[in-house]
Write a protein that binds this ligand. Structure first.
Ligand code: URA
Length: 239
């Protein structure tokens, strides 16, 4: 829903409505990189990019940003036509209409962001921004050095080479290996397919990091709100 720019700025905690009008009239406000000086201008929160003195501003009240430690067995959608539990069922008392940023498979655990901020969600998942995502994968068998190098350099999935990845062995177990993988794209079931292709199927997969965000002390199934600083840091990564 469109909102008047001065009201939007006031919601960002920047200024009273009156001061916000002054910011606009003195040419300090940009909408989608264009300076706006007309007071009647409206913006679409979550879609338009609003800056004051060149810095992106985000409303303080409405947008919600959650970091969830997703358990296995939950689908990363808002609704599942097959009636399986969704990640939204793990989140209580959030009146806003939030949705997941990107996707983790049904059987993947770990770090998942949920928000109602469409701009952030769109940009974080856009391959252009190359947001690093770190996974811990338990794979069958022991990959050779050559296999690890193939994964690092990129392998062909769906006729297209994967971007270079960081891959390191964390631990050799009796029959399996725990590896850490950092990828910068988010193709469908990418980590599972990369390892399947080199003959080491994934038995367990957990996302442990997204950009600078980690799970910290969150237990499986728990979530927390991102801090304003964290949201600003995310915006700085994608603007
Ligand atoms: N790669 C996968 O294969 N699955 C995920 O859930 C995420 C990345």
């Amino acid at each position: 829903m469109a909102e008047r720019l001065q009201k939007y700025l006031a919601r960002c905690g920047l200024a009273s409505r009156r001061k916000a009008e002054n910011l606009i009239q003195t040419g300090r406000v940009q909408v989608n990189q264009k300076t706006v000086t007309v007071l009647g201008t409206t913006v679409e929160p979550g879609r338009d990019e609003v800056r004051v003195d060149g810095k992106i501003v985000v409303p303080e009240d409405k947008p919600v940003y959650l970091l969830l430690n997703k358990p296995k067995g939950y689908v990363t959608t808002v609704k599942d036509e097959r009636g399986r539990p969704t990640v939204l069922e793990l989140v209580n008392n959030i009146p806003e209409r939030i949705y997941p940023v990107g996707r983790l498979d049904l059987d993947t655990e770990g770090l998942l962001l949920l928000t109602n901020d469409g701009l952030l969600a769109h940009r974080l998942t856009h391959p252009k921004h190359e947001i690093p995502k770190t996974y811990h994968a338990l794979i069958q068998g022991y990959p050779s050095r050559a296999t690890l190098n193939r994964l690092r350099q990129g392998i062909i999935l769906d006729g297209k080479k994967t971007a270079p990845a960081q891959v390191r062995v964390i631990k050799n177990l009796s029959l399996d290996t725990l590896v850490e993988v950092v990828i910068h794209e988010g193709r469908n079931r990418q980590v599972r397919r990369m390892f399947a292709q080199v003959g080491h199927p994934v038995i367990g997969l957990k996302r442990v990091r997204l950009a600078f965000l980690t799970l910290g002390k969150l237990k499986v199934g728990e979530y927390r709100h991102l801090t304003k600083k964290e949201v600003e840091r995310l915006y700085n990564l994608i603007s």
